[in-house]
Design a protein around this ligand. Sequence first.
Ligand SMILES: *[C@@H]1O[C@H](CO)[C@@H](O)[C@H](O)[C@H]1NC(C)=O
Ligand SMILES: *[C@@H]1O[C@H](CO)[C@@H](O)[C@H](O)[C@H]1NC(C)=O
Length: 715
Amino acid sequence: MNGTPLNSINSSSPTPLLPPFLLAFSIKSPAAYLPLLKPSSSSITSKITPLLHQIPNPYSPILSRPFSSSLFCEPDSNANLSRLYKTSKELNIPLTVNAASFLLRASGRSELVEESLILFNDLDPSVKNTYLLNVWLSTLLRSGRVKDALKVIDEMFESNDDFNCRPNDATGDILFSFLLKRERNEELLSEDEIVNLVLKFGEHGVLISSFWMGRLITRLCRNRKANRAWDLFTEMIKLGAVLESTACNSLLTGLAREGNFNRMNELMEKMVEMDIQPNVVTFGILINHMCKFRRVDDALEVLEKMSGGKESGGISVSVEPDVVIYNTLIDGLCKVGRQQEGLGLMERMRSQKGCAPDTITYNCLIDGFCKAGEIEKGKELFDEMNKEGVAPNVVTVNTLVGGMCRTGRVSSAVNFFVEAQRRGMKGDAVTYTALINAFCNVNNFEKAMELFNEMLKSGCSPDAIVYYTLISGFSQAGRMADASFVLAELKKLGIRPDTVCYNTLIGGFCRTNKFHRVFEMLKEMEEAGVKPDTITYNTLIAYASKNGDLKFAQKVMRKMIKAGVVPTVATYGAVINAYCLNGNVNEAMEIFKDMKAASKVPPNTVIYNILIDSLCKNNKVKSAVSLMEDMKIWGVTPNTTTYNAIFKGLRDEKDLEKVFEFMDRMIEHACNPDYITMEILTEWLSAVGEIERLKKFVAGCEVSGSTAQKASART
Ligand SMILES: *[C@@H]1O[C@H](CO)[C@@H](O)[C@H](O)[C@H]1NC(C)=O
Ligand SMILES: *[C@@H]1O[C@H](CO)[C@@H](O)[C@H](O)[C@H]1NC(C)=O
């Protein structure tokens, strides 16, 4: 190959200048010739190449630099570049590092990766140095050849003896900025692989920058690997990494999210040790998470530390708390019912320059007072914010409307809302839901519908919840025609009702004995692919049981089990109740046994009460008494209703011994007798001359009753 190119020179080439030209090259610095090489871009190669062909081989090394320089002047004409490159190869002119890097970069940029690969492999080993390899690395990464890139890095690590090729800070930056920059790179390497790379670089004395370290920590923490992040962090410090507060903040956030307060403290101490200044973000994270975990006092302590007032725990930096930090704290205080202290903090905000309370400050406080039932104070704050020129927003309106509705002041809520609208504020679906719900609760459906229509007209976009609220309200009140109307409106919006919505409707239709509508709903659910849940089945079973339709109840229960919906204690309760009402206690007991054996449903007081009452009424007092023992085993406490049922049964059996036993047990469990208990016992015991025993019982109940009251008052 080497010999042939010279043949191709034809006489038509404009080449008479050759000797002086060459001479110049050898004397002057190549830079001097750059202007000469530059003119009119692409034409240059056409001039130079033929010249090069005529250079006798001994001159080639001399030409190497100017030749490479000429590459820099080329515009992005890759064909020309590769031609130049080919020529250099043919003439055996080695490329300089810069030229090779330039070529690699250019071919990489124009997605001629295959060519750059060949080019790289062809390169003279002596040209390869860290700079060139870094260029190559970024070319590979840019074209998505991560595996090849990692191979290059391995080679760099292994080239220990060759100092020229060792990875440097730029290598780390190229690699980690690529791996950590975009989300889509998450599939390329797992966090663990990246961590290992970081550590490997660290061991070779190349420390990842604080910025990328922060990114990596964030990613680890986002994937719930805060411990791994912590380990990496401490390891990197050991290796001497200089980390800034940003990286520390990332770690702090991760630890905080997992509620690892010990580690958070440790980290804060480490920051002090390493002289890393916590910034306002650091304190914000601390305070935010302490408040989230309801450790408001700790959060307040951090605030004191920030202000530099107290010097404790080593943190004595003076970082001015900002509005966000104050708001977080005020919110935290309000959430634990310390809104009065929240007011104090707002005063403190006012006294600090540039930290005036804003809408959020007021919203938190108003919410705090409303939740505590102090609506008047909330309203006062609302007036105050208007006076201070802090604009209320829809959250403010909703907080107050919600608060008023919750405390039963529906008309105040409406008046307030009307007034707010008059002042230019707007409500949203949440506002209307609160109001509509409140009116439904007091059975004022006219007003509820009026608000509903107002909402539709107001142009605020309604959500499904408003509709559900109305449907539920109407269903509960048995106004099924209205409920159906709202359902139709909901469907008009293209919203598919969910299981909860269907359940309220089915419940309503059951209560109003519109059984064909129940089936309609069930069919609709099936067609829409909305799966019935426990409540759906229980509603149906309870309805069937109440109507004595045991067959249907059993059928639904079988269907329920087949659909994989586990029957609950309420399901069994409904069926058992149905059998008892039907006078079939034996069957009820069978189902009760099934329930305890086959399912993991523990029985409750409701079921025992039904059975004990029914057994006693059917002269099976012995079985009822043994059920009382069964309750003990299952740890279910009998209540007054249970005792009344068993007392009635025992009275009919005239079983004094047992009744005394249960009377003692009642005192022991501090279960208060009611007037039914007293009626049964007084009548029976005085008739059989056991007045003393009755007196003792009453006295015992008074003692245990008062201690029980004290106990419940304490909790
Ligand atoms: C250099 O490339 C440009 C654009 O691709 C082309 O027009 C020009 O003819 C090329 N010059 C040479 C000498 O090949
Ligand atoms: C006893 O418990 C049942 C079921 O929980 C309940 O319905 C009943 O009202 C309770 N009776 C008393 C007196 O608390």
